[in-house]
Design a binder for this molecule. Structure first.
Ligand code: NAD
Ligand code: TDX
Length: 340
């Protein structure tokens, strides 16, 4: 039985990871630490809130005292850090909070791991730390050896956090691992990211804002495949190692948007081309050979199946995203958590 501290577990990937782990490893205990920013949603965790092997704690990973107290009481064996400001567009608007949470928060967690001792600290990073690839070189992919070359304040903050993890491994011998994954999609993704935004806008017959000409390419990974990869890294990964997670599943934004419109029976006239994102990365593409050879991981979900499941989830769970969009979610948090 292990105590696993999952930070950022009220967000998209963190919550999916908690569900995955409770199913795969019911003997373990999960403690979710989350600040509940706009991107964190307690409603997502409502079904497991009363599980005997789950505990939720509202806290900021950058709050040294709070994190110290949590480590002293909960004594985690494993920490998986998902907590982050994760939206590139917001980082362009306001970089400061990205440095605070993604860099300083990571340092606070690493210090606590060093102080209290830990079996493993796993940092959930991103392929964006490698920068981008040109559209006309489909032979090029990111490997674990690709130099860090960031574009946005978001990716710079994630790269800084990765370097800190490496420093704590080299300097203090802290048993860290890092994974860098491509774009995730699936249930519970906040509707500011491409796929859920396009689904909810299309359902409301609102314009679908495509940046530039929509030719940018992303390598899409179904969130459950990502969770399985992290579980494998925790079980069999080598400390000090970086693992790239992605699936040779590259698609242009415009093709994704058209596919969503087709699946929902909505007209392409909803597509609106808008001013491009500043510093917009052209193409991300992961070479997953290393994790495949070392840990036997391969993505299992075909994009056609994953996008269908995702669209169905948003159709079946309208109240989840309608509450977020209407601001109801903030009131829900105060109601549910205000006096705890
Ligand atoms: P998300 O924005 O959906 O969720 C982030 C969660 O972290 C939220 O619950 C939020 O409340 C919490 N959080 C934010 N600041 C915090 C703080 N200071 N202290 C405690 N909790 C805090 O993000 P996501 O898409 O689930 O991404 C999870 C992780 O995976 C991030 O580290 C992100 O950089 C990385 N990642 C995401 C993707 C993707 O496609 N979504 C791809 C690669 C890497
Ligand atoms: O309205 C939009 N219109 C549009 O054309 C939005 C929100 C996005 N886009 C484009 C920009 C990107 O080329 O779609 C692509 C995907 O955009 P996002 O969903 O914002 O993801 P991205 O910028 O690729 O970053 C994501 O993957 C890597 C996550 O948000 C990061 O947290 C992760 O590290």
């Amino acid at each position: 039985m292990k105590n696993i501290l999952v930070t950022g577990g009220a967000g998209f990937i963190g919550s999916n990871f908690i569900f995955y782990m409770l199913k795969q490893h019911p003997e373990d205990r999960i403690i979710c630490l989350d600040k509940l920013t706009y991107a964190g949603n307690l409603q997502t965790l409502a079904l497991i809130m009363n599980n005997y092997n789950f505990k939720f704690i509202k806290a900021d990973i950058a709050d040294r005292q709070a994190v110290d107290e949590i480590f002293a009481v909960e004594k985690p064996d494993i920490v998986v850090n998902f907590a982050a400001e994760s939206h590139v567009d917001r980082s362009i608007e306001n970089p400061g909070i990205f440095l605070q949470t993604n860099v300083m928060g990571t340092q606070v967690l690493l210090d606590a791991c060093h102080k209290y001792g830990i079996e493993r600290y796993h940092q959930v990073s991103t392929d964006e730390v490698y920068g981008d690839l040109p559209l006309d070189r489909s032979d090029l992919f990111f490997t674990e050896q690709t130099p860090l070359h960031t574009s946005s304040p978001y990716s710079a903050s994630k790269a800084a956090a990765d370097l800190l993890c490496n420093a704590y491994f080299r300097t203090y011998g802290l048993p860290i691992t890092i994974s860098r994954c491509s774009n995730n999609y699936g249930p519970y993704q906040f509707p500011e990211k491409l796929i859920p935004l396009m689904i909810v806008n299309a359902l409301a017959d609102k314009p679908l804002p495509v940046y530039g000409e929509g030719l940018n390419v992303r390598d899409w990974l179904y969130v459950e495949d990502h969770c399985r990869a992290i579980d494998l890294i925790l079980e069999n990964g080598e400390v000090g190692q970086v693992y790239n997670i992605g699936g040779h599943n590259e698609m242009r934004n415009i093709d994704i948007v058209k596919l969503i419109l087709q699946a929902l029976g909505k007209p392409e006239s909803l597509i609106t081309f808008v001013t491009d994102r500043k510093g917009h990365d052209m193409r991300y593409a992961i070479d997953p050979t290393f994790i495949h050879e070392k840990l036997g991981w391969l993505p299992e979900t075909k994009f056609a199946d994953g996008i269908q499941k995702t669209i169905e989830w948003y159709l079946d769970n309208k109240s989840w995203w309608q509450e977020i969009l209407s601001g109801e979610y903030q009131k829900y948090c105060e109601r549910m958590y205000g006096n705890r």
